[in-house]
Structure formats: C-alpha cells, structure tokens
Design a protein around this ligand. Structure first.
Ligand code: PGA
Length: 250
C-alpha cells in the first residue's frame, strides 16, 4: 500500500511571521499523521521552516532547484544546497515554472537528474492546459512531459509524480474525481513502460484547487495517492483537513 503524501506548495507567499504562525498551527510535536506531510516555502523561509518542523512529522521541500551542481550561476540554488540545509523534497516542472520561466521538458529532466544525484526526493509536475484538453490532447501532453522528464534516468523509485491540470491550478476548478483517476491510471501505466520504475510503488499526486471540501472524493480514487496543494495549504485548518481526508484512501 502506498502511503499518502500531502504537500503544501506555498509559492511566493509569506513572511517570517506568517511562516511561524502557519507551522505552529499545522504541526504538533510528536504527532503521528495519517499521511506523509510536507511544506514547500520560498527559499528564504526554508531554514526557518526546517527549525519549526524539527521533532514533528512534517518535512520540508523547495519549489525548484538548479539543473547545475555548482558554479557561477547567479541566483540559482543547487539540489545539493537544499539537501545540506535539511530539505527532503523538491518540486520540479511546476506549470508556473514552465509558463513564466520557459522551462522545457529537457530542463525539467536535467533538474530531475540533479535532484536525484543529490539525494532529494523530486516531485515532478505535469498537466495539460484547457485548450489541450478540449483538443483531446491531454494524454499526449502528459505522456510527453512524463517521458521527457523521466525516461533514461536512474533512481526513479524516489520520484513522486504530480498531475496538475493547468486549468485547475488556482482557478477553483478541479478535475472530477473520475477525470483525475483516469489520468492517474494512465500515468501509472506509462510509468510501467519506463524502464526501471515499478509503478505499483510510485506515488502519483493530484494538484489543482484541492481543498477540504473535495479532498476525500479525490483520495477515494485508487490511483490518487495524495495531493500537491497550493492556495488551501496557506490555511492551516484547510490543510489539516486535507491531510485527514487521506483516511478515505482505499
Ligand atoms: P492550487 O495550486 O491548489 O492553488 O490550485 C496547486 C499547485 O499549483 O500546486
């Protein structure tokens, strides 16, 4: 049985005061949670988040990393630096990185290789736009992004995939549980084709307007192993309820 994973993507939000407040509300010292739980604040808040999560079951990740190991790359942060700081996870290929920073499948693949090399657990995001879905190209796009990032890499057991339809991110629109399940089953089947990956043990998360009100229905689907949560992860109460909803996993 795959253990559920609920990850908060805080994007470019927060101050030191709000990070403290949010983590004090999310974490309870020594508490066992029904899922693996992680938060991904902005780089500048990682150290503080790591300190606040110490002794709790909440782990910390970054929202991106460089594809290079080290060197003269102004403004970049390497996977090695994140691991050295104490981070466990890194989100890669988020649609906002693809859209606003022109990240290609090749760049996501290079970042994935760097993250795996350093020993971080990557969460690789993929998903189609509304136009692509309406044109019947959703599976083609997701398959291209999945293969573009993962094919030929070693150590894929560590990888988590997040299916995040672009039209559902931050819009209040969610894929129906059936739509999401269909794509998750498709992704899992594709993972089976990619050499070296055992699809039965890899986690595939759903992302896109997940909130307390729709989480249980999504988690009730057999191939949905948790969620990558944006907006609702900035509200401790909502986020805790999403974590609790993983109890709906069959
Ligand atoms: P959202 O964002 O939950 O605000 O839609 C999800 C994401 O971007 O990971």
């Amino acid at each position: 049985m795959r253990r559920p994973l609920v990850m908060g993507n805080w994007k470019m939000h927060g101050t030191r005061a709000s990070v403290r407040q949010l983590l004090q509300e999310i974490t309870r010292a020594g508490e066992q949670m029904p899922a693996d739980v992680a938060v991904c604040p902005a780089y500048v808040h990682l150290q503080q988040a790591l300190q606040l999560c110490e002794g709790t079951s909440v782990s910390v990740g970054a929202q991106d990393c460089s594809h290079m190991a080290a060197g003269a790359f102004t403004g970049e942060v390497s996977a090695e630096m994140l691991l050295d700081l104490g981070c466990r996870w890194v989100i890669l290929g988020h649609s906002e990185r693809r859209q606003y920073h022109g990240e290609s499948d090749d760049l996501v693949a290079a970042k994935l290789a760097a993250a795996l090399q350093a020993g971080l657990q990557p969460v690789v995001c993929m998903g189609e736009t509304r136009e692509e879905r309406e044109a019947g190209e959703a599976e083609y796009i997701v398959s291209r992004q999945l293969r573009g990032a993962l094919q030929g890499q070693a150590g894929l057991k560590q990888v988590v995939v997040a299916y995040e339809p672009v039209w559902a991110i931050g819009t209040g629109l969610t894929a129906s549980p059936e739509e999401a399940q269909d794509m998750h089953a498709f992704i899992r089947a594709q993972l089976g084709d990619i050499a070296g990956a055992d699809p039965g043990t890899m986690r595939v998360l759903y992302g896109g307007s997940v909130k307390a009100a729709n989480a249980a229905e999504l988690f009730g689907q057999p191939d949905i192993d948790g969620a990558l949560v944006g907006g609702a992860s900035l509200d401790a109460n909502e986020f805790r309820q999403i974590v609790d909803a993983t109890g709906a996993r069959r």
